[in-house]
Design a protein around this ligand. Structure first.
Ligand code: ATP
Length: 605
């Protein structure tokens, strides 16, 4: 999409509003035509050349009336401009946000959150700016057309000199285009890097302190700031230099007119009123010329903003930015029609065939995974570090976009896993839980209504009751970035409670228990087994407490399923499983649990 096409699509987003805004500002810019003529009349009346004979007070009253009318129109003009500008900005931000939310979780944005904020803020602002200036240029062009018609009627040669600077401005702006774009792109990029570095530093305070990396981090931040200073200076200097060329070329024109007018007035070909009219219109012609220059500058800068906004789309067509759709955030609204039908069905079998996902940068991931989960079963995915366990569950749930493979819910293909695998179909707790700056209650509920007994039950199942008793404000304790920091285990159990408070047919746990002690983990699985009813569980874990409960175990190696079966079968047949099992056995903490797990295993036989 070219910048001009982008601008036209923005204008037609609310054509009515744009036209209203353009009409309002065109009238505002045309109004000064009247006081110019009135002023000419006033001066001509002093020399006896006036045509209308309104008298001094009549002329003053007309001037005041015209000024008052213009003030009222400007107030209205600002109202239409604000409406147009902010609606357009809102549409762009909404479409970007919608696109980001539709992307699979792990692919949401291609840059750091700080850089994304800079795209959402600065690039959208820049776009608003250019579209808004187009209205001014249209209004001022109308003024220039009417004014030049009147002025040519008085003196064609002088009129030419008034408009000559316009040619200079347009030529200079065109010549400076590529340089201006280059400087603007560099300054925006540098600003993004600074914003990104700030968000990284705030997000990793502890890691920086622990690694004693304060000085290096500050040095890196200083380097980014230095680069930003240099690029911003170039960008600003270029902008200001162009502005000064625009303004001074106009001043030059004024000087020439003054010299010429003096001679013509002496010869009597030019009245004092004509002179006042030229001088009066010159102020507005100056504004016209400067604003045409500003619009050209803004338009060029908008093309940089457009490129950066498109980068957030990660390959999606640019027209996504200017779509007129409503923002569909509720899960029901986002579901594909085919998925909506399957969503009502109780889970009998979940089949995965040939599921493949390779990370574009490393080529690693999962390859040709086949698996089947029976409704009500408890399946554990295990394997060595980096074998693809997390990638498998994330691809299954649509958090990563599968390269190949099909997923079937009761034999029906799931069209869009990312919207399908949400409550009430499925609930998921990630390996690294995210906490928000809010109360513990709100972190668990995340907006879920009608908490009632389900919250109590979820807290109990997640073995959280003891922790809540010891938090000074219980469930109302503020946690997350601005509240009490929870331990790794508490965070994992909060994430488990968040998942369990949602009614779902399939619960997916990604390494939920890695930060739990054996006793707590044991309790968690036992409670889950007591209360989960017919729910199906898919659990990533290498801990015996989970493996011992499993109906079915999948052993991953190098992105593929290496073996599967029950713990007992795998202990006999899979060397990888034996290693994982004995590796867990070797940990001192687990020593006590081994007996329990063996007992569980025996009781299952
Ligand atoms: N964001 C990523 N970009 C590129 N490669 C990745 C990314 N995440 C994981 N990988 C690679 O994909 C492979 C599978 O990783 P994955 O996280 O699924 O393994 P895992 O079995 O869950 O590991 P762990 O037990 O450490 O959680 C690994 O080789 C890893 O290096």
């Amino acid at each position: 999409m070219t910048t001009l096409q982008f601008l036209l699509r923005l204008i037609t987003f609310r054509t009515g509003l744009y036209v209203t805004n353009a009409v309002a500002w065109t009238i505002i810019y045309l109004v000064p035509i009247a006081p110019g003529l009135i002023t000419k009349e006033f001066f001509d009346s002093l020399t006896g050349d006036d045509a209308l004979e309104l008298g001094t007070w009549g002329i003053i009253a007309l001037l005041i009336g015209a000024a008052f009318g213009r003030v009222m129109l400007i107030i209205m003009g600002f109202m239409t401009d604000v409406h147009f500008r902010y609606r357009m900005g809102m549409m762009l931000r909404r479409n970007l946000l919608q696109h980001v939310l539709k992307q699979p979780g792990a692919r949401a944005i291609p840059c750091s959150p700080g850089e994304a904020i800079s795209h959402f803020r600065d690039d959208v602002d820049q776009t608003e700016e250019a579209a808004s200036w187009s209205v001014d240029v249209f209004g001022l062009t109308c003024f220039a057309a009417v004014a030049s018609y009147i002025l040519i009627g008085i003196d064609a040669q002088m009129t030419l000199l008034v408009f000559l600077p316009l040619v200079v401005v347009v030529t200079v702006a065109q010549l400076a285009t590529s340089r201006l774009q280059k400087y603007r792109a560099a300054s925006r990029e540098a600003t993004s890097r600074v914003t990104g570095a700030i968000s990284e530093m705030f997000g990793n305070v502890q890691a920086i302190q622990v690694a004693g990396a304060e000085e290096r981090v500050i040095e890196r931040f200083r380097k980014f700031n230095d680069e930003r200073r240099k690029t911003m200076l170039k960008d600003k200097l270029m902008g200001e230099a162009l502005d000064s060329i625009f303004t001074n070329s106009v001043n030059l024109g004024i000087g020439i007119i003054l010299l010429l007018a003096g001679q013509k007035m002496q010869s009597g070909a030019f009245t004092v009123g004509d002179f006042s009219l030229f001088v009066y219109y010159l102020t507005f012609v100056t504004t016209f010329i400067t604003n045409v220059g500003k619009f050209i500058t803004n338009f060029k800068q908008m093309s940089v903003a457009l490129k950066r906004l498109i980068s957030l789309l990660q390959g999606a067509p640019a027209k996504v930015l200017t779509m007129k759709d409503a923002l569909l955030l509720r899960k029901g609204e986002m579901l594909k029609p085919a998925d909506a039908a399957a969503r009502q069905e109780r889970l009998d079998t979940l089949s995965v065939t040939g599921l493949t996902y390779r990370f574009p940068d490393t080529g690693r991931g999962i390859e040709d995974v086949h698996l089947q989960l029976k409704g009500g079963s408890f399946t554990v995915v295990t394997g060595t570090i980096g074998s693809g366990k997390t990638t498998l569950v994330r691809t299954l749930l649509g958090l990563l976009p599968k390269d190949e493979g099909t997923i079937q819910w009761n034999g029906k293909p799931v069209v869009d896993p990312s919207t399908f695998f949400t409550p009430p179909n499925s609930a998921y707790s990630a390996q690294i839980p995210r906490m928000y700056s809010d109360t513990l209650r709100n972190n668990i509920l995340l907006g879920q209504k009608g908490e009632g007994d389900s919250l109590k039950q979820a807290i109990h199942d997640a073995v959280m009751e003891y922790d809540i008793e010891h938090l000074h404000q219980g469930l109302e304790t503020m946690i997350g970035p601005r509240g009490v920091k929870l331990s790794g285990g508490q965070m994992q159990r909060t994430a488990a409670a968040r998942m369990l408070v949602r009614d779902a047919q399939l619960y997916v746990f990604d390494d939920l228990s890695s930060a739990l002690d054996v006793e707590t983990e044991q309790k968690l699985w036992e409670r889950l087994f007591e209360s989960r009813g017919g729910a199906t569980c898919l659990v990533v874990s290498h801990r015996k407490a989970a493996l011992a409960h499993a109906d079915h175990i999948i052993v991953m190696k190098d992105g593929r399923i290496e073996a599967e079966g029950t713990a007992e079968e795998l202990l006999r047949t899979s060397a990888t499983f034996q290693e994982l099992w004995s590796g867990d056995e070797r940990t001192a903490d687990d020593a006590a649990a081994v007996g329990d797990q063996a007992a569980v295993l025996q009781s299952k036989q």
